[in-house]
Ligand binder design. Structure first.
Ligand code: PLP
Length: 238
């Protein structure tokens, strides 16, 4: 259980986000139901996540393998899907394959091969997105735009991997105009990817607490929101 006050705040936050999402969708001439709300719940406890699962959140996103394991084992998502959205180390792939319904952060052939291997061993097909380092920042994970096509080609050739689309985090320092341009570029890349590899690529994961209305305007189908749902993160407890 979490304090009633915290639950009320979260309930209000999610209602507001849903309203803003719907409005951004309508302004862009889109159907609000085609955009999913992913609660980015890194550092949140099992209790907090379990409480939030009763709210109109579509799925959960984890950055750390340990948290994904803990929260799925505890049933914290209450039957809703869990995505992996953080940097994934190849030695932890086994714990994520099958547990995450979508791995959003695939950015190397090496990681792809580990996922293929683990999925084959588990007898399942793992859905993935390719993460693009759209701002070409040296500090960020994600594949450069130049490397996208070779990686996508590799993904299409792995029988236990199903490529569903693209994910990105634009630079935190970008202005709103720059952020919009990055999101628009992502939409173009998805359009190109669809024409090369087929309409099964229909997922565009982009937009966080500070910029999700812009992302929806530019075509996001998943927005990943943490702070605006749960409040500021407290890393001191971790
Ligand atoms: C933390 C995180 C988010 C959410 O960020 P907020 O600014 O708290 O909404 C989204 N995507 C990824 C990959 C994250 O790590």
């Amino acid at each position: 259980m979490i304090p009633q006050q915290q639950l009320s705040a979260m309930t209000e936050n999610v209602a507001k986000i849903r309203e803003t999402m719907a409005q951004a969708a309508r302004e862009a001439g889109r159907d609000p139901s085609e955009i999913l709300l992913c609660a980015a719940c890194k550092t949140r406890t099992v209790e907090e996540v379990t409480a939030s699962a009763a709210l109109p959140i579509d799925l959960f996103g984890e950055n750390h393998v340990q948290e994904l394991v803990e929260k799925t084992d505890a049933g914290a998502y209450c039957g809703k899907p869990g995505h992996f959205i953080g940097h994934l180390q190849t030695n932890k792939v086994n714990k994520v394959v099958g547990r995450a319904t979508l791995i959003e952060s695939v950015d190397s052939v090496r990681l792809l091969d580990k996922i293929e291997h683990a999925a084959a061993a588990a007898g399942l097909t793992q859905e993935i997105l390719i993460e693009i380092n759209i701002g070409e920042e040296s500090s960020k994970s994600g594949v450069d735009v130049d490397g996208l096509w070779a990686l996508a080609e590799s993904a299409m050739n792995r029988p236990h991997v199903r490529l569903r689309g693209l994910m990105a985090i634009p630079p935190a320092t970008a202005t709103p105009d720059e952020t919009c341009a990055f999101f628009a570029r992502m939409r173009e890349l998805l359009t190109q990817a669809r024409s090369r590899f087929g309409s099964e690529l229909d997922v565009l994961s982009m937009g966080m607490s500070g910029d999700y209305p812009l992302a929806i305007r530019e075509g996001a189908t998943i927005v990943r929101i943490g702070t605006a749902i749960y409040g500021a993160r407290d890393y001191s407890k971790k």
